[in-house]
Design a protein around this ligand. Structure first.
Ligand SMILES: Cc1cc2nc3c(=O)[nH]c(=O)nc-3n(C[C@H](O)[C@H](O)[C@H](O)COP(=O)(O)OP(=O)(O)OC[C@H]3O[C@@H](n4cnc5c(N)ncnc54)[C@H](O)[C@@H]3O)c2cc1C
Ligand code: SF4
Length: 314
């Protein structure tokens, strides 16, 4: 559990962060961004894919904004949950992340860019060495994936962040910045179906903020989460639903913790003519959790029907 050595860089502006990233890339040196560190630091202590350099986003001015239409990457989940400025649906999901101690450090950027998790990966180095590693952290051995063997290409580790599905159903846009400039994409196009690649971030790019549409105040919704211990556990399944107040035909649904990415289910909702049971059945059919988190995949899959129903019917 000893922290491996790394050099910590602390830029104070976005420009400085981008130029630091560019310099490290140019000199062929690997690095990670760090925000609150509640996920990265435990992974480093377990010697999971550590890097020789870490760039902290914590000292950058102006990236902790919280309002109805904008949340900065360094906004703490505690402030999103308790501050009264964020959309109530986003605040609800933030309040269900981990424990109150963790939420005081944890940030929105870190939550949305959270590494995917797997029973075979989120373990101490000795444990992983005793099973001869796995594809996502193979320590140069070329080890296979333990969940879906004999393929050595895809990692099916699970994305277990709580906030993403609520932002997806509110049509959030993520704003990214890096040495090659800025760009924006819808949050539901940000994730990539591979537990190692995770998202579309290019080398040196980081998430600056998210924005929500102007009429977001007119939208309401609910987030439901399945976890082992209410006090602090990651979601084993999660469902968010949102609709424009007074207009159920605008219903949107998204899920999390069922595969490598959180997913918005537009097709399933559109094909169900607003019938909640049909939506639940369609989402049940289209999601196939694998055996790499605390609860069995069949149970998580069955529970998603319950969570979607409760989120839609609230
Ligand atoms: C005991 C425990 C329980 C937890 N339970 C939950 C839970 O219930 N729900 C949940 O969602 N999470 C949970 N977490 C995970 C984590 O605490 C949260 O997801 C948190 O929001 C991560 O934010 P952070 O700022 O600490 O991220 P960090 O640890 O700093 O970073 C996480 C990842 O995101 C990257 N990153 C951070 N910021 C940016 C950025 N702006 N742009 C690009 N990349 C970035 C980092 O490089 C790293 O890969 C738990 C963690 C622990 C230790
Ligand atoms: S899904 Fe496979 S490759 Fe990915 S972390 Fe788990 S065992 Fe490793």
């Amino acid at each position: 559990m000893l922290m491996p050595p790394f050099e910590l860089h602390r830029p104070s502006t976005v420009e400085e962060a981008c130029s630091l990233a560019a310099k490290l890339i140019e000199s062929g040196q690997d690095f990670d961004w760090i925000a609150g560190g509640t996920d990265l630091i435990p992974n480093y202590k377990w010697h999971i894919n550590t890097k020789p350099h870490v760039i902290s986003l914590a000292g950058i001015d102006g990236v902790s904004t919280i309002s109805m239409n904008e949340i900065g990457c360094m906004a703490r989940l505690h402030d999103i949950a308790e501050g009264g400025d964020a959309h109530p649906l986003v605040a609800e999901a933030a309040s269900k992340v981990a424990s109150s101690l963790i939420r005081r450090n944890a940030t929105l950027g870190g939550n949305l860019c959270l590494d995917t998790r797997c029973f075979w990966y989120n373990q101490a180095e000795e444990w992983r060495s005793s099973i001869d590693w796995c594809h996502k952290c193979d320590c140069g051995t070329g080890s296979d994936c333990r969940v879906i063997p004999n393929q050595n290409e895809l990692c099916v580790a699970t994305y277990q962040g709580d906030v993403a599905p609520t932002l997806m159903v509110l049509d959030a846009t993520v704003h990214l910045i890096g040495p090659n400039g800025a760009r924006s994409v819808l949050l539901h196009d940000f994730y990539q179906l591979d537990g190692m690649t995770r998202n579309i971030l290019q080398p040196g790019e980081f998430m600056l903020k998210i924005t929500l549409p102007e009429d977001v105040e007119d939208w309401t919704g609910s987030y439901r989460k399945l976890r082992v211990r209410e006090s602090w556990d990651f979601p084993e399944a999660g469902a968010a639903a949102a609709w424009k107040k007074g207009d159920r035909s605008t219903l949107r649904v998204a899920t999390t913790a069922l595969e490598s990415i959180p997913r918005r289910h537009d097709e399933e909702v559109a094909n169900s003519n607003g019938d909640v049971k049909a939506i639940c059945d369609a989402i049940y059919k289209s999601t196939k959790p694998v055996n790499n988190t605390a609860l069995p995949p069949r149970y998580r899959r069955n529970m998603i029907k319950v969570l979607v129903k409760r989120a839609c019917e609230e």
